[in-house]
Design a protein around this ligand. Structure first.
Ligand code: DC
Length: 218
C-alpha cells in the first residue's frame, strides 16, 4: 500500500521547509503543488495569457511536463524553482489557481504522481481534494505577520529586495483569494491535525509530525 502525507495551510506557514524534512525522514517524494500553480502562472505570463483566456490556458497546460528533482520543479526540462518563487509570480498566482479548469488539470497530474510514488504533498486542497484518503493530514498555520516575516527573511537572504508591508498585504490578499474561491478553497480537512507554528521552530514542528507518523505506523 502506498503511504501518503498531506500538508495544507496558507502561504508562508512553513509548509515547504517542513515538508522537505519530513519527506526525507520517510523517503517520500515531495510534491510541492504550489510550485505547479506557479509554473502555470509563469508560462502564462511569458506567453501573455490572461486568467480570463481559459481555452489558451488549457492548451498551454497540455504542453507542460512537470516533475520534481531534489525538491525543485523541472518544467519542460528546465529547473524553474528560483524563477517561480519570485515576488512577481507570487502576486499573480492566486488568479490562475482559482480557475476550475486549471485546477482540474493540475489535480489530475498530482493524483497520477501519487499513484506512482509514496508522496508527501503540500498545498491548499491536498487533504480535502487531491489525497482525500491520505492516512496522514496536517494543517499548518501561523499569523499573517509571522508568515510575512519568514518570507521577508527568506527573500532577503537570497539577495532579493522586498518591502515588508508589501509582502504582508500580498499574503493577506492571497489568503483571502485562496480561502474564498469557489473551487477547492483553502480549508482544513475534518480529519487533519492543526499545528499553529507561530511560536514553534521548524525543528519542533518537524519532530511533531515525524513522531506522529512513526507512532501511527507502529
Ligand atoms: O504554496 P504557494 O505559496 O507556493 O502556492 C502558490 C499559490 O498556489 C497560492 O496562492 C495558492 C495556490 N495553490 C492552490 O490553490 N492549491 C494548491 N494545492 C497549492 C497552491
Amino acid at each position: 500500500m502506498r503511504i501518503s502525507v498531506a500538508i495544507d495551510g496558507p502561504a508562508g506557514a512553513g509548509k515547504s521547509t517542513i515538508a522537505k524534512l519530513v519527506s526525507k525522514e520517510f523517503n517520500l517524494m515531495y510534491i510541492n503543488t504550489g510550485a505547479m500553480y506557479r509554473a502555470v502562472s509563469l508560462m502564462a505570463k511569458e506567453n501573455n495569457i490572461e486568467p480570463s483566456d481559459i481555452e489558451k490556458l488549457k492548451d498551454l497546460i497540455d504542453t507542460l511536463e512537470m516533475h520534481f528533482e531534489n525538491d525543485d520543479l523541472i518544467l519542460n526540462g528546465i529547473n524553474v524553482q528560483d524563477k517561480i518563487t519570485m515576488p512577481e509570480i507570487s502576486s499573480i498566482v492566486s488568479n490562475y489557481a482559482s480557475i476550475p479548469e486549471v485546477r482540474e488539470k493540475l489535480v489530475n497530474l498530482q493524483r497520477k504522481m501519487s499513484e506512482k510514488y509514496d508522496v508527501l504533498m503540500d498545498g491548499r486542497d491536498i487533504g480535502t481534494v487531491v489525497l482525500k484518503n491520505a492516512p496522514f493530514k496536517f494543517f499548518l498555520t501561523a499569523t499573517a505577520e509571522e508568515r510575512a516575516k519568514r518570507r521577508f527573511n527568506e527573500l532577503i537572504s537570497r539577495g532579493i529586495e522586498v518591502n515588508f508591508d508589501t509582502l504582508l498585504s500580498d499574503i493577506i490578499k492571497r489568503d483571502f483569494i485562496d480561502s474564498n474561491r469557489e473551487v477547492d478553497p483553502l480549508k482544513m480537512a475534518e480529519d487533519a491535525i492543526e499545528i499553529d507554528s507561530s511560536n514553534l521552530s521548524i525543528k519542533e514542528v518537524t519532530e511533531f509530525i515525524c513522531n506522529y507518523i512513526k507512532n501511527k505506523l507502529q
